[in-house]
Design a protein around this ligand. Structure first.
Ligand code: C5P
Length: 248
């Protein structure tokens, strides 16, 4: 298991359209949330200014750009992100072994990059909205379990810090890849959310995800859409603590 302070195990997805609403959310939830995720919507809207603003808030930044390109291009993008001292950065595992190794090697040359030592790479396995049928439609052989484990092994073998998978595969990935690989799970929905899973298909509660091996859970709408986001975040942090205790 990766050693992390409790609050850093909860990553809030700042999927907001502008800087002010993102910073408002950070200030309202920072008592419980230790990691803030900047994804495609916010980064496309605001650009690197969001990273500068979050650095001033002194919080851990998870830059979720899901890089997927030829090795040389990804290497350059990883170096550029590392200069912003982001704690976590995502690439797509399906970019393949050469791309993953190039991404990781960009951090190995970190003496040339101020701040790079703090950046760790995560490989996205199969996105949590994809069902077995959809994975087959894009050409992956095998069901989600098989696809995710295969991609997680690629990431581990390339020396990455961790992987992103749905909570449904957390236990399998832990079993297949060992205790050193960090497991990060989006697709978090409470048991009583019923059909309210938004566009997520492979989901579980924060408690279940952590009990099954997740080191960090990523939560967006269940916090952002709650009447009191700070309270929702605090409850999720409790669930994470209980999940850690429930691990065998
Ligand atoms: O609102 P919700 O909790 O569904 O947000 C989940 C977040 O995790 C989103 O920012 C989404 O981009 C991200 N994510 C995901 N599935 C992955 C990787 C990242 O949902 N496999």
């Amino acid at each position: 298991m990766v050693d992390l302070p409790l609050a850093k195990r909860l990553a809030l997805a700042l999927d907001t359209p502008d800087l002010d609403s993102a910073l408002d959310l950070v200030r309202r939830t920072r008592g419980a949330v230790g990691t803030f995720k900047v994804g495609l919507e916010l980064y496309t809207a605001v650009g690197p200014a969001i990273l500068t603003a979050l650095a001033k808030e002194d919080v851990d930044v998870f830059l979720d750009l899901k890089l997927h390109d030829i090795p040389n291009t990804v290497m350059g993008a990883v170096q550029a992100a590392a200069r912003h001292e982001v704690a976590l950065l995502t690439v797509h595992a399906s970019g393949g072994p050469a791309m993953l190794k190039a991404a990781q090697s960009a951090l190995a040359g970190k003496t040339m990059i101020p701040g790079a030592s703090s950046t760790r790479l995560l490989a996205v396995t199969a996105l949590t909205h994809l069902t077995g049928n959809e994975l087959a439609a894009v050409g992956f052989s095998g069901g989600p379990d098989e696809v995710v484990v295969r991609l997680a092994r690629l990431a581990r073998d390339a020396g990455l810090f961790g992987v992103v998978c749905s909570p449904e595969e957390a236990a399998l990935v832990r079993q297949a890849c060992g205790s050193e690989l960090a497991i990060v799970c989006p697709g978090i929905r409470s048991k009583d959310a019923g059909p309210a899973r938004d566009d997520q298909a492979r989901t579980a509660s924060a408690f279940e995800a952590v009990k099954d091996g997740a080191d960090i859970v990523v939560v967006g709408r269940p916090i952002r859409s709650a009447p009191d986001p700070a309270d929702a975040a605090a409850r999720l942090l409790d669930e994470i603590a209980q999940g850690l205790q429930a691990r065998a």
